[in-house]
Design a binder for this molecule. Structure first.
Ligand code: DGL
Length: 286
């Protein structure tokens, strides 16, 4: 019988954004088995209501628990804003690691006194964002922008090029004009556009990408609960998408590299009403 520690970690997002967290987890926790769920039937989450995003997130968490998850990383700021507190109440025995915009380090390090936060509409509407700003950004000017185009671009693997540069300029120029010197990536899709963003906003603005810290937090939670895998070999990753597995695999190759996508185990997962199937569809081959 499998011990708790030998079980996989669940990672979820509306689409490919959470792969920015998964990439860090693979680097920091290489022996862990991971199950990644991309809810591409519903991406983007950003323009949806908090109630709708919460319902999707709870159903995905349930599906991960059914598949034996020992820890769930909500690798999506929008899903965390909508559902992290309710998830902890609904599943008190399951540890959850969630995301909140990294306002704290940005507010600490700013010299201009103006920081920028980019995230989705829903993230800005949630109580979590207001609480983070209230706790950590006293005396600092916080400029916010929702950048839905960045989500759309990451979903198709277009992380640089004329369309990406144009979207970045349109979204970020008001922040640059406002004098920000720190830019918080408050959506997990955005780290994939980081090089293009830095290219457009220039070297004077520091980009705050929380993904390494989230992976470290996942490691700490495993240690606290004695849940580090006993296995030594490299862990297996299973990718489940509620969208098109072939399209997911193609974008995986662009975002994480050909090595990660070549032999990847990518499967389809179907919504049945407001629940996810308890079984996954047969593996697709490239
Ligand atoms: N990756 C997500 C986030 O961190 C959601 C993007 C979306 O689906 O709109 O907020």
């Amino acid at each position: 019988m499998e011990t708790n520690a030998a079980r996989p970690i669940g990672v979820l997002d509306s689409g490919v954004g959470g792969l920015s967290i998964l990439r860090e987890m693979r680097a920091q926790l290489p022996a862990e088995d991971l199950i990644y769920v991309a809810d591409q039937a519903h991406v983007p989450y950003g323009p949806r209501t908090i109630d709708e995003v919460r319902a999707f997130t709870v159903a995905i968490a349930r599906a991960l628990i059914e598949r034996g998850a020992k820890l769930i990383v909500v690798a999506c700021n929008t899903a965390s804003a909508a559902a992290l507190w309710p998830l902890r109440e609904m599943f008190p025995d399951m540890p959850f690691v969630g995301m909140e915009p990294a306002v704290k380090p940005a507010a600490r390090d700013t010299r201009s006194g103006v920081i920028g936060v980019i995230a989705t509409e829903a993230t800005f509407q949630g109580e979590l964002f207001a609480s983070v700003v209230g706790r950590f950004a006293q005396g600092v000017q916080v400029e916010t922008r929702a950048c839905p185009d960045f989500v759309r671009l990451a979903e198709v693997g277009e992380t640089d090029g004329p369309a990406a540069r144009d979207a970045i300029r349109r979204c970020l120029s008001p922040l640059v004009t406002a004098g920000i010197d720190q830019l918080v990536l408050g959506c997990t899709h955005f780290p994939f556009l980081k090089a293009a963003i830095q290219g457009e906003i220039g070297p004077g603005v520091t980009i705050v990408d929380p993904s390494p810290a989230v992976a470290r937090q996942a490691g700490r939670v495993l240690d606290e609960r004695g849940l580090r895998t006993p296995h030594r070999e490299t862990g297996r990753v299973t990718y489940l998408t509620t969208g098109d597995p072939a399209a997911f695999r193609a974008v995986l190759g662009v975002l994480l590299g050909a090595d990660e996508s070549a032999g990847a185990d990518v499967r389809g997962l179907r919504w049945r009403g407001d629940r996810l199937d308890s079984h996954t569809e047969k593996e697709t081959h490239p």
